[in-house]
Write a protein that binds this ligand. Structure first.
Ligand SMILES: NC(=O)c1ccc[n+]([C@@H]2O[C@H](COP(=O)([O-])OP(=O)(O)OC[C@H]3O[C@@H](n4cnc5c(N)ncnc54)[C@H](OP(=O)(O)O)[C@@H]3O)[C@@H](O)[C@H]2O)c1
Length: 267
């Protein structure tokens, strides 16, 4: 990165854009617009002076009530487990031109009895592992399959997928959460691979993973009691901080994972 990182996320806009390093007229796609962080990205982008169009993609786009009335937002359907729906999503989101920014803000950590973060290898369950990989790894990979070739061929463009610090192998000192950690670690490998391939197409394009901090959403709800209140961010704080990070990243930063404060996370 070319500038020093911020030290804490801020919800307050310091200007009318957080995306100065992009050319004006940004066309952005946010996958997971019904999620806590995804919705905050859509809201922030819709009011950013450099953004011309925001495609807000969700399994049930009709439920995105917050998006109604937001300038330049179009709600579109997709499901991570349905490749045809992803192909259709990208076709619709690029009908009027290429994209400069794609943010994949989907993910799963827990899902009732179907997926419980494991505390021991004894709890491993093949179906739960498969579900974590389907949502956290394969789904984002399939979005990349259609989105990377839909990024603008020149100028700065970014494919960013939400990941998690706990997906770092190097940083893992606690263990547990086997399916979630492993699915995010696999996502990191894909991010590195895609970045290497993407730079052949456009040397100014980036593919990165993002760690949003611990954010007050449905995903973190069962684990929030262990988090100091000052370290639990709102989705708006996290999305604003991550957009500022994306603004500061340069092509040399592609293929890596970045935290909300602009610091790199080892793979
Ligand atoms: N919150 C945190 O503290 C935290 C910390 C580290 C990393 N992260 C990462 O940040 C990302 C966003 O998390 P969040 O906190 O915003 O979680 P969230 O509020 O639970 O949102 C999860 C999103 O994933 C979508 N999704 C799940 N399965 C899907 C499918 N089959 N097809 C399409 N969309 C699907 C959900 O859509 P539906 O509404 O249709 O279910 C929802 O939009 C995740 O990758 C997570 O791992 C979060």
């Amino acid at each position: 990165m070319t500038q020093s990182p911020t030290t804490e996320p801020t919800g307050a806009a310091t200007s009318s854009t957080r995306l100065r390093s992009f050319s004006a007229g940004i066309r952005a796609l946010v996958c997971g617009a019904s999620g806590g962080i995804g919705a905050a990205f859509v809201r922030a982008l819709a009011t950013d002076a450099r953004v011309a169009a925001v495609y807000a993609a969700a399994r049930r786009p009709a439920t995105l009530e917050y998006a109604q009335g937001l300038p330049c937002v179009t709600a579109l359907p997709f499901d991570l487990t349905d490749e045809a729906s992803i192909a259709t999503l990208l076709a619709r989101a690029t009908a009027d031109g290429p994209l400069q920014l794609v943010i994949v803000a989907t993910g799963v950590l827990h899902d009732g009895d179907a997926l419980r973060p494991e505390k021991s290898w004894r709890s491993l369950d093949a179906a739960a592992l498969a579900r974590a990989f389907a949502i956290n790894t394969t789904g984002p990979a399939l979005i990349a399959k259609y989105a990377l070739g839909a990024l603008a061929r020149d100028g700065k463009s970014v494919f960013a997928t939400l990941s998690a610090r706990v997906g770092s192998i190097e940083d893992n000192r606690l263990g547990g959460w086997h399916a979630y950690r492993a699915s995010k670690a696999a996502l990191h490998m894909l991010v590195r691979n895609f970045a290497l391939e993407l730079r052949q197409r456009n040397p100014a394009a980036l593919c990165v993973a993002l760690h949003p901090g611990t954010v007050d959403t449905a995903l973190s709800k069962p684990f929030q009691s262990a988090v100091e209140p000052s370290k639990l961010f709102t989705a708006e704080q996290s999305a604003a901080a991550l957009l500022s990070v994306l603004d500061r990243l340069t092509p040399a930063d592609s293929g890596r994972a970045w935290a909300w404060d602009g610091t790199p996370i080892p793979f």
